[in-house]
Design a protein around this ligand. Structure first.
Ligand code: DON
Length: 307
């Protein structure tokens, strides 16, 4: 891939600043397979709509994609079923942690948005019904968009999540009691844990997110989403992509973004570029400390933001 001379100096400056930052948070402890990651690791990549990509630090090193996959399953399902999806999942910020149960009972088993765990389970369930293999569909999409056929599931991470998956199982069973889950819960959980376990690098994910900067157009020039749907996915990322920290993220970074407890965050500058940062140390809301700081510096230094 061609290197971008536009972004190279900015990324190098950000990497130097991050290197000097002492506090980096802690890796996710509730998934034991993720707990051993070094919080001082850092990588950042930026991809342009023509597929050129440039990065710094550990930008080619695979990490656990986790909740970032929720953007891709949302896009894949929306492309198939369109607005009917929104009868089963909302698009309002929850103001609660990503794995919270509390709103589900008041709101009749309809999760607030597709990025909290409950909403992502609904999306994966619907994608699985439509494709027969939601996780496989996701993986094929990520391989195609990143141009990296080596992407795969991390079976150790998936098994670790399954072994500690009572919270997700509770969410899925509870929504099933309202008729908002089609597949047997164990089938859905297996799909969801494999989905979350995908391992990919900053370079892979910056490229795979490109369709959101290209207003719905995939890397091969075909259309996945309408222009309007791409706008909608970006809007839901802005308002819900970092859970109960979405307001703070929008304030600091000013871009649609989606985090994962593996320490990655993707972000989109529509029409201009996509970004992926990785630093496994998290804040108390599950967002990468170095990642948010790096994105904040990127938008400040370049002046690129949606505002
Ligand atoms: O279901 C879970 O709890 C994890 N597989 C994903 C959570 C996650 O990445 C939340 N992100 N910040």
């Amino acid at each position: 891939m061609a290197a971008s001379t536009t972004f190279e100096p900015v990324l190098e400056r950000i990497a130097e600043e991050v290197e000097r930052t002492p506090g980096r948070g802690r890796p996710a402890g509730y998934i034991p397979a993720l707990a051993a990651r070094d919080p001082r690791s850092f990588g950042m990549a930026v991809a342009e709509p023509d597929g050129s990509v440039y990065g710094v630090g550990d930008w080619r090193r695979p990490f656990s994609v986790q909740s970032i996959t929720k953007v891709f399953t949302l896009a894949l399902d929306l492309a198939r079923e369109g607005d009917a999806l929104w009868e089963h999942v909302g698009r309002e910020p929850s103001g609660n942690p990503f794995n919270s149960l509390v709103q589900l009972e008041y709101e009749d088993g309809i999760p607030r948005n597709p990025f909290i765990n409950a909403g992502a389970l609904v999306v994966t369930d619907r994608l699985h019904t439509r494709t027969g293999d939601a996780a496989g569909e996701l993986l094929a999409f990520l391989r195609a968009e990143s141009g990296n056929p080596g992407l795969g599931f991390d079976v150790e991470v998936a098994a670790s999540e399954e072994a500690h998956g009572n919270r997700n199982a509770a969410l899925a069973h509870f929504m099933a009691s309202y008729g908002n889950i089609d597949n047997p819960v164990p089938v859905l959980l297996d799909q969801y844990f494999r989905q979350c376990s995908v391992a990919a690098s900053c370079a892979d994910l910056a490229l795979a997110t490109g369709f959101l900067a290209r207003h719905g157009i995939r890397a091969d020039g075909t259309r996945l989403l309408s222009r309007s749907q791409a706008k909608q996915v970006n809007a839901v990322m802005l308002t819900c992509g970092t859970y109960d920290a979405a307001g703070e993220f929008a304030y600091r970074v000013g871009l649609p973004g989606k985090s994962g407890v593996g320490g990655g965050i993707i972000a989109v500058v529509p029409g201009r570029c996509t970004l992926c940062v990785w630093g496994p140390g998290l804040d108390e809301r599950g967002n990468s400390v170095a990642g948010v700081a790096a994105l904040e510096r990127f938008t400040t230094l370049t002046g690129l933001s949606v505002f």
